[in-house]
Design a protein. Structure first.
Length: 202
């Protein structure tokens, strides 16, 4: 299983591996150190990749839960709304949702090369006022607060265990996939936070 744009669907705004993606300030050597800070091991990579086949046909169901959490909380829902009308920007929300689903597959593939690091930086910029709304021509709030970006990590990870258990793996295997996922999510949210932090402080 490899990570490249040829294997991924043509999603609006999904620019992984292209020149349109910003170049991450973080290189592979620094990424290896960051993984150590999170106790993320090669074994975690193995279990992430195992989760690919487990989750591939459950992405839509996962998205319904995650998007449901967002839309159940007005302060999160506001990031998908036009602040002038209070109405959800449906085109924006749909495009972002589809890329959220692709992110599940990209995470599970666990091909952590420089192109992947660059795309994590791009994702961070798209949450930040630097690029929020620009990819999709959205009419939503122009900036996602760092506190909401970071805190939503829990909302991503907590619901995942039943999905990881859905294919009948032994509980110990499910636990290892789950551990790998929460480490991977924390690491990615850390990378997404780069645009929010002053130069020299990240």
């Amino acid at each position: 299983m490899t990570q490249d744009t040829e294997q991924s669907p043509k999603l609006k705004g999904y620019t992984f591996g292209t020149e349109a993606v910003a170049k991450s300030p973080i290189g592979l050597e620094e990424w290896e150190k960051l993984k150590k800070s999170a106790l993320f091991s090669e074994e975690d990579t193995v279990y992430l990749r195992l989760s690919y086949e487990v989750l591939a046909d459950q992405v839509e169901s996962l998205l319904k839960i995650w998007r449901g959490i967002i839309f159940d909380h007005p302060h999160l829902r506001a990031y998908d709304e036009d602040p002038k009308t209070g109405e959800v920007d449906r085109d924006y929300a749909q495009s972002v949702g589809k890329r959220f689903g692709q992110w599940v597959l990209d995470t599970a593939r666990a091909q952590f090369d420089q192109a992947w690091l660059d795309y994590q930086y791009e994702i961070g910029l798209r949450h930040h006022r630097s690029k929020k709304n620009k990819t999709d021509g959205g009419h939503t709030l122009e900036h996602i607060r760092a506190r909401d970006l970071i805190a939503f990590t829990a909302a991503i990870v907590v619901p995942m265990k039943p999905f990881l258990a859905a294919k009948g793996h032994l509980p110990a295997i499910v636990d290892r996939m789950y551990d790998a996922w929460w480490k991977a999510v924390i690491l990615q949210v850390t990378l997404w936070s780069q645009p929010y932090i002053r130069d020299g402080d990240f």
